[in-house]
Design a protein around this ligand. Structure first.
Ligand SMILES: [Zn+2]
Length: 108
């Protein structure tokens, strides 16, 4: 299964047999912009991590809180409540997630 990446700056799509953490160059070969994995789709927390909007520690802190909740709130809401992520970073990540989902259904 191939991984699919997209440049956040110019939209260039690249494919690879390895996930982003094994890529030598984590920037776009065309414009040098940041690339993000769009297939397989990532969870919101992982997108925020890739965007450097939160740290691994902050994500784990929010996930721990989520696990203790009776009615699980969305991870984005928890991060917002803890003020670990800004509204604009969260909206940006949600937008990327929506694009991931739609790209997945269009191109299998
Ligand atoms: Zn680019």
């Amino acid at each position: 299964m191939a991984y699919k990446f997209r440049c956040l700056k110019c939209g260039e799509i690249t494919y690879s047999a390895a996930s982003l953490e094994y890529q030598k160059n984590k920037n776009c070969h065309r414009c040098g912009g940041k690339i993000i994995q769009i297939y397989p789709p990532m969870k919101l927390g992982e997108i925020l991590l890739q965007l450097d909007a939160i740290t691994q520690e902050e994500l784990e802190q929010a996930l721990a809180i989520q696990r203790r909740m009776l009615t699980r709130a969305a991870i984005g809401k928890i991060l917002l409540r803890l003020q670990l992520v800004g509204q604009s970073d969260l909206e940006n990540a949600l937008k990327i997630q929506r694009e991931m989902m739609s790209g997945h259904s269009l191109q299998g």
